[in-house]
Design a protein around this ligand. Structure first.
Ligand code: KIV
Length: 272
């Protein structure tokens, strides 16, 4: 039985619970590896646009593309909870369309959806919850706001902006979201918003005090072309390991040493 949204909602470090571990996954192998490592939540993030599709921002992934990746992650049948990002424009033009978008992601295999924004999203959150779709919020440096923010910039740096973020978080909690991702804010804001909520916060670049942490699969494993952001800890350099392994394959092919007789099928007349 996989971890449910209500079970995640109940987890709070201030009540003695262990921190929540969340990681992005975009296909069956990444979901299988992450689940085997014991992560709690697999996020089919719209960061697929960056790390899989090579785009500069997350505005370039469609709902159908997200559903395709959700289905691949769900094929791993993980114990972890699967939450799917609602991509840009799938919930911005009205609650009715947002419910249809959320339903498409649920039918593809998601157990909940995540959307970005605070007070301006309350009606949409209510509509999704009315349709029995659990919702995770996302505040702070919300990547779908990159054009409005004028770049990927740390948010809530002033006292007033931090207060507005906390107000938005409390509003989303009152509406019924089960957890909120807090991204790209000073660590003290991560601490403050976590203390203000009864539901868990999951941080990415929000300091050590949130109720959980989330990282992007390719960032954690050293598979990106850009230098990692300040908040990323790389636990492996798989990009270099992949290039090295493929280089050895290419050298073997060019040297004529691959495939060997043991890697070739004998004809029926020949001894195996
Ligand atoms: O899409 C994503 O990877 C995300 C994380 C940054 C939280 O939303």
């Amino acid at each position: 039985m996989s971890l449910s949204a209500p079970a995640i909602r109940a987890r709070k470090r201030s009540r003695g619970d262990a921190p929540i571990v969340m990681l992005t996954a975009y296909d069956e192998p990444s979901a299988r590896y992450a689940d085997a490592a014991g992560v709690d939540i697999l996020l089919v993030g719209d960061s697929v646009a960056n790390v899989v599709m090579g785009q500069a921002d997350t505005l370039h992934v469609s709902l159908d593309e997200m559903a395709h990746h959700v289905a691949a992650v769900a094929a791993a049948h993980p114990r972890a909870h699967i939450v799917a990002d609602m991509p840009w424009l799938s919930y911005h033009v009205g609650a009715h369309e947002a419910v249809r978008s959320g339903a498409q992601l649920v039918r593809a295999g998601a157990q909940s959806v995540k959307l970005e924004g605070g007070h301006q999203r309350r009606e949409v959150v209510r509509a999704l919850l009315d349709a029995e779709i659990p919702v995770m919020g996302h505040l702070g440096l919300t990547p779908q706001s990159v054009l409005a923010f004028g770049g990927f910039k740390v948010q809530a740096k002033s006292h007033d902006a931090a207060s507005l973020l906390v107000q938005d978080a409390v509003g989303l909690q009152d509406e019924g979201v089960y957890a909120i991702v807090i991204e790209g804010v000073p660590a003290r804001v991560g601490t403050e918003v976590t203390a203000a909520l009864a539901i868990p916060t999951i941080g990415i670049g929000a300091g050590p005090d949130t109720d959980g942490q989330v990282l992007v699969f390719h960032d954690l494993l050293g598979m990106t072309s850009r230098p990692p952001a300040r908040f990323v800890r790389q636990y492996a350099q798989l990009g270099a390991a992949i290039t090295e392994a493929i280089g050895r394959y290419a050298a073997d092919v060019r040297a004529g040493s691959f495939p060997s007789p043991a890697e070739s099928y004998p004809s029926p007349e020949e001894p195996a």
